[in-house]
Each structure stands twice: as structure tokens, then as C-alpha cells.
Design a protein around this ligand. Structure first.
Ligand SMILES: [Zn+2]
Ligand SMILES: [Zn+2]
Length: 275
């Protein structure tokens, strides 16, 4: 028991140490960029009202994601393929498997990004439905939207969103080595689309999600909130009729309609289970 506890603490420590340099780099970069090109001028991110809540998500979500992902990878191999031994799991996942793993790593990365974005587009729309909104409302609860709001996700949303998408792609055969390169890039891009920047990326606005594209998603439904579901590739929103970036306008006023929604990390985690 003590050994399990110590290895849990070591994984938590490793995740914190791995995320620290990228977090510091993002903080510096977005502080400077927002100074010059804020989408919504106002107080800096470190003075936002619910900074402590954002910091808790920023610190703990990578740890929670890691454990949820490992759990779902093990469960998928056991229930679908009957693989239950440690060696069997390593052989199945360690370097990928099947035709996808035979492709060069760059090709696997492209397939991973596209496959994952399609899954995330549809799970995201699903979380905007009546039944699952209570979990996704956590992500939309930030009224002062900043790069650091990017990690605000309820664990149920994570599990049936990005963790599910990761596991589907790994189960299909993509090598986990793809994560080594794409992991930090995904974190950086997610922080970028939430950053307080007036960047639309001009003609590339259809190619890659920009801060203005995603900030519209965080506005109220009548302002554009039920649009722009794609995490990375806005082409998905064009294909499915949910693209929204009105020319010459910038999004403002973020958050959710429910005034009684809790603001603290702990209260937000239990909130969906209280009704
Ligand atoms: Zn959403
Ligand atoms: Zn968001």
C-alpha cells in the first residue's frame, strides 16, 4: 500500500515538473502578447478574480488526465481484446500496432490530430446538450477568459472528451511516441485559443483555431456561443455548419447564464452531482 502511494506521489511530482517549464513560458509569452494585442483590454491575467480556481485546474488536470487515460487504456484492452497482463498491455500499446504504427511518426501525428479533432468536435457538441452541459459548464464558467482558463474541465468532461479521443487513437494503433511531440504543442495551442488576444490569423482562420475563433465559443448562445466547436481545425465547423467569425467584430462577455454556479475548484467538481 505504502509503495503504491509513493509511486502515485512520484507520478504527481513528475507531471508537475514536466509542466512547470511550459507553464512559465506560456505565462511570459501571453503576458507580452496581451500587452500589445488584447481582445478585451482590462486587468492582466494574474489579477483575474478566479485565478486560484484556474491555477488549481492548471496544476491538477494534467495529473487527473494521466490517470484517467491509463485507466481507460487498460479497460479498453481488457474488455475488448481480453488483454489483462502487464506484458500484454506493453506489447499492445508501447510502440503502437497494426498498419498505423507502420507509418512514419509524422504521418501518425497528422492522423492522430485529424482523428482526435473529429472525435472532440462531436463530443464537444454532445457536452453542449441538455444532459451533459452540467459538466461542460465548468469550462464555460470563466468570465475573464485568459490562457490559464484552458485547463478548466470537469473530470467527467475530460474522460468523455480528450481522454476518450486519445484512447481511441492509441487503441487504433497510433504510437504513444506521438504524444511526446504533440503533448506540449496541444497544451500550448489550447492556451493560445483561450488567450486574451485579438488574433484571427487572417486567411488562416479556416486552417487553425485562433483566439478570436474560440473566444466566440465562450460567449452567450445568442452571441455565438453555440458555434466554433472544433479544438484545432475550424474546417470541421465549416463542414458541419457551426463556423462563426463575424468580420470586424470581437467577442466579449464570457461565462454562463447560471448566476448561482460556484466559482471555487472544489465546489465546481461536486456541483454536477448535487442536482
Ligand atoms: Zn463548449
Ligand atoms: Zn474553451
Amino acid at each position: 500500500m505504502m509503495q503504491e502511494f509513493m509511486s502515485f506521489i512520484s507520478v504527481v511530482g513528475q507531471t508537475f515538473t514536466r509542466n512547470a517549464p511550459i507553464s512559465i513560458a506560456l505565462a511570459v509569452v501571453f503576458t507580452v502578447l496581451t500587452w500589445f494585442s488584447a481582445c478585451n483590454p482590462g486587468r492582466p491575467w494574474w489579477r483575474k478574480r478566479d485565478l486560484v480556481t484556474d491555477l488549481c485546474y492548471w496544476l491538477f488536470i494534467p495529473v487527473i488526465t494521466r490517470f484517467l487515460r491509463i485507466g481507460l487504456l487498460i479497460a479498453a484492452a481488457a474488455f475488448i481484446l481480453g488483454i489483462t497482463t502487464g506484458d500484454g498491455l506493453i506489447a499492445f500499446y508501447e510502440n503502437g500496432h497494426g498498419p498505423l504504427a507502420a507509418l512514419p511518426l509524422a504521418a501518425q501525428a497528422v492522423i492522430f490530430l485529424i482523428g482526435e479533432d473529429i472525435i472532440l468536435y462531436w463530443t464537444h457538441r454532445w457536452f453542449h446538450g441538455k444532459r451533459f452541459w452540467k459538466y461542460h459548464a465548468v469550462h464555460h464558467s470563466s468570465e475573464e477568459l485568459e490562457w490559464i482558463s484552458a485547463a478548466r474541465f470537469h473530470p467527467v468532461n475530460l474522460f468523455l472528451g480528450s481522454v476518450l479521443a486519445d484512447v481511441v487513437m492509441l487503441f487504433a494503433g497510433i504510437s504513444p511516441n506521438v504524444f511526446v511531440v504533440l503533448g506540449p504543442l496541444t497544451v500550448a495551442h489550447s492556451a493560445f485559443v483561450h488567450a486574451n488576444l485579438d488574433w484571427t490569423l487572417g486567411p488562416f482562420k479556416y486552417v487553425i483555431a485562433s483566439p478570436v475563433f474560440h473566444r466566440w465559443h465562450h460567449t452567450a448562445a445568442e452571441r455565438g456561443g453555440e458555434k466554433n466547436f472544433a479544438a484545432t481545425f475550424p474546417i470541421l465547423d465549416i463542414l458541419f455548419g457551426t463556423f462563426y467569425m463575424p468580420a470586424g467584430e470581437l467577442p466579449d462577455r464570457y461565462g454562463i447564464a447560471d448566476r448561482s454556479f460556484p466559482q471555487s475548484f472544489g465546489a465546481q467538481l461536486v456541483h454536477p452531482f448535487t442536482r
